[in-house]
Design a protein around this ligand. Structure first.
Ligand code: HEC
Ligand code: HEC
Ligand code: HEC
Length: 461
C-alpha cells in the first residue's frame, strides 16, 4: 500500500515535471514561430487593423486587381482554426487552401516554398496557440474573368513553383546558407526585387535586378557595383535593413519602409548579417560593372540663388525652383544638401534621385515617407494625397519639380512626364494580363497560351 502510494506519487511528480518541460518546449516553439512570422512579415498583408492581428480584410493591390488577404487567426468559423499542420504547410508552400482551392500568388507561397518542415511546424504552433482567434469574415476576392478561375493557378504552379524545402550549398558557410534561406524564403525579397515575366512569374535569370511594385520601384540589389549595391559594405546593408536609412546612399519608403517597420528591423544581428553576406554574392552578369553607381551621382548646388528676391506674385521664370523652394527646401536645404545627421537626406547621392527608373522620386513626392523603427518615427508629408490641401501638387507640377531635381541633384539622363506621374498616382502600371482580360477573347487566348506552355514544358521533361 505504502509502496503503491509512493509509486503513484512518483508517477504524478514525473507527469508534472514532464508537463512543465513540455510547456516550456511549447513556449520555445511558439516563440520560434512568432520570430518566423515576423521574418516572413505575415502581418503586412493579413493585418488590416492593429487591434485585430492577422484577422485579414486588407486588399492587396496586384497588377491584375485587388486580392483580399484572408483571416488567418485560429478562429474555427472565419479563420484557419480547422487547418491541420499538413493543410497549413500546403497553403504556405504549395498555395493550396484547406478546401483544395488554389491561392493567388499575391500570397507569396512561391517564396515560402523554401520553408523547412521544422519552421512550418513552429509557424503552425504559433498561429494555433500564440495568436488570438478573431471571429470575423473577410470580403471575397473578385478578379475579372479568366483570372477568377482559381484552377488556372494549377498550370502556373506546374511551370513556376519549386519543390518545397531548402537545399543547403555545402560549399558555402553556414551563415551564407542561413542568409539565402531567409532571402529566398521567409523574407521573400525576390517577390519585390525580381522582375516578372508576361505571366507574372519571377524571371529567375534576372533575380534581384529590380522591379516595379505598384507605385514604387524595388531597385537592383545584386552585388553588381554599378547597377546594384556591390559598393555597399556588409555593415551598410545591415544598417539599411535595421533602420531604413543609409546616409549619402538610400532611404526606405513605400513597401520597403513597411517591410523594415514590421519585419527586418526585428531580426537578430546574426540573421541580418547572414542576409547581407548572401546578397553580396548575388551576381548581375547582364549589367555594366564599371561606371558611376546611382549612389554617387549629383552634387550640391545653390540653385535657388538666382531666384532670390523675386516676388511670389510675379510670374516666375523657373517654375521648378519655385516649387522646390516652396515645398522642399525647408527640410532638404536650399542646396539639396539635407541635414548633417541625415535626418533630412541630401537629394544628391540618393538612390531615389539617381535611379534610371524615376518611380521612387515621383512616389516620394506624391505619397511621402513613413517608417517606424527603434530610432523613432520618420515622416515626410505627402504632396499628392488630398486634392484640396494647400500643399497639393498636380501631375504637371510634380513632373516639373522632378525634372528640376533630377537635372540638378540626380540623374540628368532621366525625364519625368505628367503622364508618368498620373500612372504612379493611380498605383503604378498594370499588367498586360489585365488588358488581355478586358478583351472578350481574353479567356480563350490566355487558356490557349497556358495550355501551349504547359505542353511545351511537358515535352521538355
Ligand atoms: C504579400 C502579402 C501576404 C503575405 C506577406 C502573407 N500572405 Fe497569406 N495570403 C495573402 C493573400 C492575398 C491571401 C488570399 C489569397 C487568395 O485568396 O487567393 C492569403 C492566404 C493565406 C492563407 C489561406 C487562408 C484561407 O483559408 O483562405 C494562409 C493559411 C496564409 N495566407 C498564411 C500566411 C502566413 C502564415 C504568412 C506568413 C508566413 C502569410 N500568409 C503571409 C497574402 C499574404
Ligand atoms: C514588399 C516589397 C519589398 C520586399 C519584400 C523587399 N523590398 Fe527592398 N525595396 C523595396 C522598395 C519598393 C524599395 C525602394 C525604396 C525606396 O527607395 O524608397 C526597396 C529598396 C531596397 C534597398 C535599397 C536599394 C537602393 O538602391 O536604394 C535595399 C538594399 C533592399 N531594398 C534590400 C532588400 C532585401 C535584402 C530584402 C529582403 C530581406 C528586401 N529588400 C525586401 C521593396 C521590397
Ligand atoms: C517636413 C520635412 C520634409 C519636406 C517638406 C520634404 N521632405 Fe523629403 N524627406 C523628408 C524625410 C524625413 C525623408 C525620409 C528620410 C529617411 O528616410 O530617413 C525624406 C525623403 C525624401 C527623399 C528620399 C526618398 C527615398 O525613397 O529614398 C526624396 C527624394 C525627397 N524626400 C524629396 C522631397 C521633395 C522633392 C520634397 C518637396 C516636394 C520634399 N522631399 C519635401 C522630409 C521632408
Amino acid at each position: 500500500m505504502m509502496l503503491k502510494f509512493k509509486l503513484n506519487a512518483l508517477a504524478l511528480m514525473l507527469a508534472l515535471g514532464c508537463g512543465a518541460a513540455h510547456a516550456a518546449s511549447d513556449d520555445a516553439l511558439i516563440k520560434k514561430g512568432e520570430y518566423l512570422a515576423v521574418a516572413a512579415d505575415c502581418t503586412a498583408c493579413h493585418t488590416a487593423s492593429s487591434t485585430q492581428p492577422f484577422a485579414g480584410g486588407k486588399a492587396i493591390a496586384s497588377p491584375v486587381g485587388a486580392i483580399i488577404a484572408t483571416n488567418i487567426t485560429p478562429s474555427k468559423t472565419d479563420g484557419i482554426g480547422d487547418y491541420s499542420e499538413q493543410q497549413f504547410a500546403d497553403a504556405l508552400r504549395k498555395g493550396i487552401r484547406a478546401d483544395g482551392a488554389h491561392l493567388y500568388p499575391a500570397m507569396p507561397y512561391t517564396a515560402y516554398a523554401t520553408l523547412t518542415d521544422d519552421d512550418i511546424h513552429a509557424l503552425y504552433a504559433y498561429f494555433m496557440s500564440g495568436v488570438q482567434a478573431v471571429d470575423h469574415p473577410t470580403a471575397q476576392t473578385h478578379l475579372p474573368f479568366p483570372l477568377n478561375l482559381r484552377f488556372s493557378m494549377m498550370f502556373w504552379n506546374a511551370l513556376f513553383l519549386k519543390a518545397p524545402g531548402y537545399q543547403p550549398d555545402a560549399a558555402q558557410t553556414a551563415s551564407w546558407n542561413r542568409g539565402r534561406y531567409l532571402v529566398e524564403g521567409a523574407a521573400h525579397c525576390s517577390t519585390c526585387h525580381t522582375p516578372r515575366g508576361f505571366l507574372m512569374q519571377e524571371k529567375t535569370a534576372d533575380a534581384f535586378t529590380g522591379a516595379q511594385v505598384g507605385s514604387w520601384y524595388a531597385p537592383n540589389i545584386t552585388a553588381n557595383p554599378v547597377s546594384g549595391i556591390g559598393q555597399w559594405s556588409q555593415q551598410e546593408l545591415v544598417t539599411y535593413l535595421r533602420t531604413g536609412r543609409l546616409a549619402g546612399k538610400a532611404q526606405a519608403a513605400g513597401s520597403m519602409a513597411e517591410a523594415i517597420t514590421h519585419s527586418f528591423q526585428h531580426l537578430s544581428d546574426a540573421d541580418l548579417t547572414a542576409i547581407a553576406e548572401y546578397m553580396q554574392s548575388v551576381p548581375d552578369h547582364t549589367a555594366f560593372a564599371s561606371g558611376p553607381a546611382r549612389f554617387t551621382q549629383g552634387t550640391p548646388g545653390n540653385n535657388l540663388v538666382a531666384f532670390r528676391g523675386q516676388a511670389f506674385t510675379q510670374p516666375v521664370s523657373d517654375e521648378g525652383a519655385r516649387l522646390f523652394s516652396g515645398n522642399c527646401a525647408s527640410c532638404h536645404g536650399s542646396s539639396g544638401q539635407g541635414t548633417k545627421d541625415g535626418f533630412y537626406p541630401s537629394l544628391f547621392h540618393n538612390s531615389a534621385t539617381a535611379e534610371r527608373n524615376s518611380s521612387n522620386l515621383i512616389a516620394t513626392i506624391l505619397f511621402g515617407v513613413e517608417r517606424d523603427t527603434a530610432q523613432g518615427n520618420v515622416f515626410m508629408p505627402p504632396f499628392g494625397a488630398q486634392p484640396n490641401a494647400l500643399n497639393h501638387l498636380n501631375d504637371q507640377q510634380v513632373a516639373t519639380l522632378s525634372n528640376w531635381i533630377l537635372h540638378r541633384y540626380g540623374n540628368q539622363g532621366v525625364t519625368v512626364s505628367p503622364e508618368q506621374v498620373a500612372e504612379i498616382r493611380a498605383g503604378g502600371p498594370s499588367s498586360p494580363l489585365v488588358l488581355l482580360a478586358q478583351f472578350g477573347v481574353a479567356g480563350a487566348v490566355l487558356a490557349a497560351i497556358i495550355v501551349l506552355i504547359w505542353l511545351l514544358w511537358r515535352r521538355k521533361r
